[in-house]
Design a protein around this ligand. Structure first.
Ligand code: NAP
Length: 305
């Protein structure tokens, strides 16, 4: 039998990957937070994927971190702020040369995970797929997209990309995954915090073009300074394109705040501001944006990080 995929986190993306891999006959094990979640999962019929309005349920095996089986391949599908602790709980089960695929948005969590497993291969991913949970163990495939995967230290693609192909997960091995992650972070910093502060859909940022342009100029300066000039190229035009293309959408950060969920601010705007401070770079508008956003989060009773 081929190497099983252990999937850490039965949330939106974890379920989206687990169901498609299982559908293709690839062995999958779902790792749940604790015995209570496992009991809840076992009482269900499995994981359900709703695609084009049609629901299919897959009987994926569930377990907790206490299960004895060694882990060779781990898809980390937690939020950025949970990734490090969640992986630490599995430390004793990971074989020394394990492969981890890190799906987290933003930057910072990937390096934190990699630092605790110096012998493992950590593959970073950046995805434009969109999914949300409309019930426990059930995910709606809301936006078809693409996933880029890469390993800045070792450019050789892993053999298991064949599993993704078999599962119909659109993907590409990327030689410049860090550039992609930085670019996505910059797009996120220019759009998402403003949608929270102005309490609006992406479309309404067209009325704040000057503010968006100023942020893009500062973000471009940051990217250049961080050795990512390719991620800075044409940033403002790309931001304007994304705002236009996603005009009717609410950003992920807007949705987190609207649903009183913790945001991933520390791995997005927070990471950008910290990188600027490390380089003694003064980016007043970006820093002010962070202050305003944190004030709003605190006023809503949400974590500031
Ligand atoms: P999510 O729906 O909140 O799922 C996260 C899952 O991780 C939850 O099921 C949570 O368990 C689980 N988890 C947390 N700590 C755990 C632990 N110690 N052990 C086991 N499970 C644990 O999040 P998501 O939307 O899939 O997002 C995951 C990452 O992908 C984020 O960084 C996000 O920004 C990124 N992303 C998401 C999308 C999307 O469309 N959803 C698109 C692109 C990128 P419980 O269910 O028990 O709380």
């Amino acid at each position: 039998m081929s190497t099983p995929w252990h999937i850490l986190g039965a949330g939106s993306l974890g379920t989206l990957w687990a169901t498609r891999l299982a559908r293709a006959g690839v062995p999958v094990r779902l790792i749940l937070r604790d015995d209570t979640r496992l009991a809840g999962y076992r009482a269900s019929k499995g994981l359900t994927l709703v695609e084009h309005g049609v629901a299919h349920t897959y009987a994926v095996a569930g377990e907790t971190s206490d299960s004895p089986e060694p882990i060779h391949r781990l898809l980390v599908a937690c939020k950025a702020y949970d990734a490090q602790n969640a992986v630490a709980q599995l430390h004793h089960r990971l074989v020394p040369d394990a492969e981890l695929i890190l799906l987290q948005n933003g930057l910072g969590s990937q390096d934190a995970v990699a630092a605790q497993l110096p012998l493992a291969r950590c593959i970073f991913a950046s995805s434009t797929e969109g999914a949300f949970r409309d019930g426990d163990w059930r995910v709606v495939f809301a936006g078809h997209g693409h996933t880029w995967l890469g390993d800045a230290a070792h450019p050789t693609p892993p053999v298991w990309l064949d599993d993704l192909h078999a599962a119909g997960i659109p993907h590409q091995w990327s030689a410049d995954i860090l550039t992609r992650l930085w670019r996505k972070l910059a797009l996120n910093c220019a759009i998402n915090p403003l949608t929270v502060l102005y309490n609006c859909r992406n479309r309404e940022l067209q009325a704040h073009q000057c503010e968006v342009a100023t942020l893009c100029a500062e973000l471009s300066e940051l990217l250049e300074c961080c050795g990512q000039p390719a991620a800075a190229e044409g940033l403002q035009q790309d931001v304007e394109r994304v705002i236009h293309a996603t005009a009717a959408n609410y950003s992920s950060m807007y949705q987190d705040v609207a649903n009183a969920r913790r945001t991933e601010i520390s791995y997005l705007l927070g990471y950008a501001c910290q990188a600027a401070a490390r380089h003694h770079l003064k980016l007043p508008h970006l820093q002010q944006l962070q202050v305003r956003l944190i004030e709003l989060l605190v006023a809503r009773g949400l974590p500031r990080d």
